[in-house]
Design a protein around this ligand. Sequence first.
Ligand SMILES: Nc1nc2c(c(=O)[nH]1)N[C@H]1C(S)=C(S)[C@@H](COP(=O)(O)O)O[C@H]1N2
Ligand SMILES: [Mo]
Length: 519
Amino acid sequence: MDTAPDQPSDAHGRADDARLPLLTAALVVVLALLAALTTGHLVAALVGPGASPYIAVGDSIIDLSPSWLVEFGKNAFGTKNKLVLLLGIGLALVLLGLLAGALSRRRAAPGVWLIIALGVIGLAASLTRPELGPLAAAAPVVSFLTGIAVFPWLHRQAREARHRPADASRRRFIGSSLGVAAGAGVAGLTGQAFAGPDIQASRADVAPFHPATTAPPIPTGADFAANGTPTLITPNRDFYTIHTALVVPRVPVADWSLRIHGMVDSPLTLSYDDLRKRPLIERTLTLACVSNPVGGTLISTANFIGVDLRGLLKEAGVKPGAQQLYSTSHDGFTAGTPVDVVMEPDRRAMLALGMNGEPLPVSHGFPVRMIVPGLYGFVSATKWLVDLELTTWSAKQGYWQPRGWAREAPIKTQSRIDGPLGDIAAGDVVVAGTAWAPHVGIDAVEVRVDDGPWQRAELSTEVSVDTWRMWRATVRMSQGENTVTCRATDRTGATQPEAETQVAPDGATGWHSVTFTAR
Ligand SMILES: Nc1nc2c(c(=O)[nH]1)N[C@H]1C(S)=C(S)[C@@H](COP(=O)(O)O)O[C@H]1N2
Ligand SMILES: [Mo]
């Protein structure tokens, strides 16, 4: 049989000979998608990493997901949830590729339609990302053009190879496929390597800081790290990290400015230098996440360097009636913070530029973030901060509020057991842990073994009411299982309630218990 390549299905209806094998057809679709996504990724390196169609679609899925799905993702996969999402999108694309391949064994049209549909989705995702300008459309457009060019081209070669299996057309198809795969690899890796501006250079440029007011040195006995607690100051690399962005925003100092506007007497636009020239202060502050379960580790402490937020807002002149300080990040995250809290004279809220002596790490909000002691991060700790608007509660909602989280969210008094780690022998055992009631202060921690009496723990030296506090106690453990429970009492005199609640809408309550097995 000798069928002309442009007339694959012969007059006798022997269509099977004319059809591409399923795997070949699917491979052609998947290769075209790969080429499309990687060239889009490469262009995104120039116009903004978030413009990469793959990333933009992932970010949009996060923002559009119902809150139960987001919670499920966090619970099921923890901090790996973003990786799972990206792999999930990849898997969905491969499955779509298989399907489109199955439909494109004879004609290229179904695959072309898939590429058009995905192109529209990628373009819509990039255009609706708050952090991306119109230029960002270049990434999905190039992506689409690559896909729409590569697919019919490879498809035609596959068909030709199918009809003249032994000749050069087969080698040509294999060569082209390998070429597309290699080109995609180079484009993807180059895009990854050169994504965005050199943010580490920008960080290095602004270091070091010379705060006019440094934080008091950490007193000895401020933690019980030897007994298993964290150190009072969390090293930057260990500081917990939470954000909705799939790709951490890279905002060089030169491109950064902050607008303070809305219900103010004189709106301000500040450059990084404007902030830096103000008297820099250093404060030791504990930051906690509302999603921290009882016993969880989404809490850390650092020496933040920056400017006093209250002072800045007083300069702008907050008008009466302003209820919330609505902060917006470069990537479109928003948070609403009560104005009366931020303006409390002793609240010590700040715009942080530095963290533990260095410029903010990129993942913690470089160049500038907000910190309000005593409030959960989702209503106060906006990273990559670019806009502060004084407004009313009814005018706007922060990112998490319509997703089932509270409007106002002071950090709840909590305590947790950290140690001992490792093997335990029956007898006297030192149990140690961490307690916190940021901006209120911890007055007591009690522990008990099983249903035994509560016993007062020793507290670490207090650094300030704005930092966590460690505790330790020697308890008697018997051979076998011992369930240790702890509870804290804060400076208002309130003891943590035993009743356990979920993290949503405004933070978990309940006592932390750990069962230790003693030899
Ligand atoms: N831009 C931006 N800022 C953000 C968030 C975010 O998703 N995007 N998450 C908030 C939440 S929920 C918390 S708990 C803190 C965490 O700050 P960290 O990552 O420095 O620990 O950042 C806050 N600021
Ligand atoms: Mo959070």
